[in-house]
Design a protein around this ligand. Structure first.
Ligand SMILES: C[S@@+](CC[C@H](N)C(=O)[O-])C[C@H]1O[C@@H](n2cnc3c(N)ncnc32)[C@H](O)[C@@H]1O
Length: 251
């Protein structure tokens, strides 16, 4: 496994968009689900108030979050841990645990020390210290899956498409995928693969306006069921300017 520690990126612009979109999607579920996350991270991040990606993410938009009802599910979770004197950022497993439709959590995290932190932060979850892509072999009907690998290897893109294909076969309630924009051909392949499986799915792509070889010029999210992502447009329109992002595509 290539070394990837999410603590460096926690609360950055990509996390804010991913987590605001995830909280909104989960709040729209009409049935109880098992929540599966393939690459879960630590769940909570105690951030340095003076440095880190969060200064360009949650630090830029924190004060805007209360203005929009569509951001209520995300802001509600944040309010519990992110205060004036305490900067603890709640990430996807914590957001999922607070959603009323989520009845159980099954989380995969390959890095041993990160998995230990996750177990400590979320003792009620089942945490597997295994390759999260393998969970595609035992998905239950009606579950909800978030796929959020580090994309340190180009193989991750193909694995995501294969995973979503398996999830569709298992008749999961919905799948959400986060992806970076680094190489446009890999993003295009991912688009073709995911929309090929779920032609009515929602694809959202945002740019940071930077284009240098090998750097992440933007990122996006996909949801297999666009009825669950109906507030994404509102969320994006509300947050793009404070996060210095541009909307690239929304289908
Ligand atoms: C992008 S971070 C996850 C962030 C988290 N989903 C969130 O939004 O807060 C990716 C995580 O996957 C872990 N990881 C890397 N390869 C993995 C694998 N094959 N299976 C499970 N976890 C893996 C890394 O240690 C890292 O914590």
């Amino acid at each position: 496994m290539a070394k990837y520690l999410h603590s460096k990126y926690a609360g950055g612009d990509a996390d804010v968009m991913k987590h605001a979109c995830l909280a909104s999607v989960l709040s729209k579920l009409d049935i109880s689900v098992e929540y599966v996350e393939t690459h879960a991270g630590a769940g909570l991040y105690d951030l340095d108030p003076d440095r880190g990606e969060h200064l360009k993410g949650i630090g830029r938009c924190r004060s805007n979050l209360t203005d929009l009802p569509a951001l209520k599910p995300y802001n509600g979770v944040l309010e519990e841990s992110w205060t004036l004197d305490k900067k603890i950022y709640p990430a996807s497993p914590i957001i999922a645990n607070s959603a009323s439709a989520v009845k159980s959590l099954c989380l995969y995290e390959l890095n041993r020390s990160v998995a230990c932190q996750l177990k400590k932060n979320l003792p009620e979850a089942v945490v597997w210290e295994e390759d999260g892509f393998l969970s595609r072999h035992h998905l239950s009907h009606g579950s909800f899956v978030l796929i959020d690998p580090p994309y340190k290897s180009s193989d991750d893109y193909q694995q995501v498409v294969e995973y979503v294909g398996a999830a569709k076969q298992s008749q999961v309630r919905a799948v959400m995928v986060w992806f970076p924009m680094i190489y446009s051909d890999l993003t295009a392949d991912l688009y073709d693969g995911l929309l090929g499986l779920y032609p009515d799915g929602q694809w959202l792509q945002l740019s940071r306006g930077l284009h240098s070889e090998g750097a992440m010029s933007g990122f996006g999210v996909f949801c297999s069921d666009s009825s669950l992502s109906s507030d994404w447009q509102l969320i994006v329109n509300h947050l793009v300017s404070s996060l210095f992002l541009q909307k690239v595509s929304y289908y």
